[in-house]
Design a binder for this molecule. Sequence first.
Ligand SMILES: [Zn+2]
Length: 301
Amino acid sequence: MQEGLAPTWPQLARRLAWLDMPELPEVEITARLIGDAIAGAVVESTLAPGVNALKTFDPPLHALDGTRLTGVARRGKHLVVESDAGLVLLVHLMSAGRLQLFDRRAGLRDRTSRVLLRLEGGRELRLREFGTKQRAWAKLLRAGELEEDEAVATLGPEAWPDPPPFLPLLAQPRPLHTLLRDQRVIAGIGRSWVDEILWEARLSPFKRGADLGGDEAEALRDATVALLGGAIETYAGALSLPLPDRLPLPLRVHRHEGEPCPRCGTRLEAVHFEDYVIAYCPACQTDGKVLKDRRLSRLLK
Ligand SMILES: [Zn+2]
């Protein structure tokens, strides 16, 4: 792309298609920054240009018109835009969605727009989505319905700031990598941060939750709280509005396969699945074993 030229839509879509799904730290900083900025703002009008993004019709989106926004909360990886009319807009960004606040209205020419809240003074709160898949969604709910909504009611305890002890929480015969990403078990962790947390705790992604020792479970909980909290702190120091389309995730292991382990220098390895990659350090996490890469073993068959 030539410098100075705005990227075309296909260029933008290609460039952003691999965006990491926002997880607890990214959603938390979004909630804080946008929540502070919109608190007290009156909604002038609303639009849902993404026909499939809005999952509810009662109350209608325009029930927000004329109401005052009070802030943005977070539940797991969901954002909750709150209004003084007893309404909440529950938002899930999925893999490539972003909630962004703009000083001006881009209107319908912004093809990434899914849901728009036009605020007094010309500002616009937008649920946008990059890439080709339309998966980000929003639901307008009465505040009293939030806890009963399936997306919220099925969430496990928050992974940060004070999750319950991990030994009973993870006592299941499933691998840690799967358990920690299961929002019904613990809410907020996804494909990026799970690699960092397991590396920090020196645990194999394939160790079964039920096989965790007491010290291991405690180390895993400590790593979870420390890494997610550290990321939020990093963002709080580095980010301000407008939020960039691509947040600078401070990752050291995930997407760093082939590079030296930041702790011991061993080459970081990866196991590729259809839609995600597990990165790990064989020396720190798997007793030196390099795990079978399913993608490679399929090719070698
Ligand atoms: Zn290592």
